[in-house]
Design a protein around this ligand. Structure first.
Ligand code: CP
Length: 304
């Protein structure tokens, strides 16, 4: 595998290998601190980010490598009209590996056609976010001890939430998975995601608008933000933005060993009072993101 555009580019064996590598990095960070000496990672972020960009940069630094890039399309020559293809063709001459986020679905595919260096999709519009999914899988493995036999509740903006689309695809390949899809009517999981992964694999699922009604049956509750930047009008966003708020009262109904995940950033959908609940795993999840990205960089650069 040269690039990571879609989580389905990785086999289950490769995902397992990345998770095991990340666990070894967590246990033995000193073993890895020179692995990418003299290597450079470029982070090309045409859309805002905190976790993905900074965890990629921290990952490369902890591997002994260097980073370059931009965090705002407005400070790059995209502002002057340069295409993604040209940007990547040029940056491929400066860096050994590129992590790119772009508001247009499919932009990383175009990028991969215009350079020989590995391209990592760090989120493309409302489409996919494969490295968030690797983060999520490592989190589930670390917190639950398994990736199978799980009932996964996905709550919030399932329409535009790219992390949800990639997670559904990834989890559809494990056994004993059930999905509970919790969203307003307008923000339901796109039918192409449901058809391609859930229905195709005969995975049991239910759809509901009520989070309270399903709290007690969920092993993993994956909360998501309503994606304001993907809405065509502000009125719809304002009407839907507070559809679900996870608070301590709702957490009382959850299993003792449930975990609450969120790709972050959080806006209002999880009350801060939930943060001190041991089942709230979203800040640990963000930290796991650095380790799995270290494992991914090593794999794509073919460093042992
Ligand atoms: N989860 C995630 O993609 O966060 P950022 O937008 O901050 O990178």
């Amino acid at each position: 595998m040269q690039h990571l555009i879609d989580i389905m580019d990785l086999s289950l064996a490769e995902i397992d290998e990345l998770i095991e590598k990340a666990k070894d990095i967590i246990a033995n960070p000193e073993k890895y601190q020179e692995k990418c000496r003299y290597k450079k990672l470029a982070t090309l972020f045409f859309e805002p980010s905190t976790r993905t960009r900074l965890s990629f940069e921290a990952a490369m630094m902890e591997l002994g490598g260097n980073v370059l890039g931009f965090s705002d399309a407005g400070s790059s020559s995209a502002k002057k009209g340069e295409s993604v293809a040209d940007t990547v063709a040029v940056v491929g001459g400066y860096a050994d590996i590129i992590a790119m986020r772009h508001p247009k679905e499919g932009a990383p595919v175009v990028a991969a056609m215009h350079t020989d260096v590995p391209i990592i999709n760090a989120g493309d519009g409302g489409h996919n976010h494969p490295t968030q999914t690797l983060t999520d899988l490592l989190t589930i493995k670390m917190e639950m001890g398994r990736l199978d036999n799980l009932t996964i509740g996905l709550c919030g903006d399932l329409k535009f939430g790219r992390t949800v689309h990639s997670l559904v695809a990834a989890m559809s390949r494990y056994t004993g998975i059930k999905f509970v899809l919790i969203s307003p009517e307008e923000l339901k999981l796109p039918s192409y995601v449901k058809e391609s992964y859930i229905k195709k694999n005969n995975i049991p699922y239910e759809q509901t608008t009520s989070l309270e009604d399903v709290m007690d049956k969920i092993d993993i509750l994956y909360m998501t933000r309503v994606q304001r930047e993907r809405f065509f009008n502000e009125e719809d966003y304002l009407r839907l933005k507070d559809s679900y708020i996870l608070d301590t009262k709702k957490m009382e109904k959850a299993k003792d060993d449930m975990i609450g995940m969120h790709p972050l950033p959080r806006v209002n959908e999880i009350s801060v009072e939930v943060d001190s609940d041991k089942r709230a795993s979203y800040f640990r999840q963000a930290k796991y993101g650095k380790y799995i990205r270290m494992a991914l960089i090593l794999k794509l650069l073919e460093v042992e």
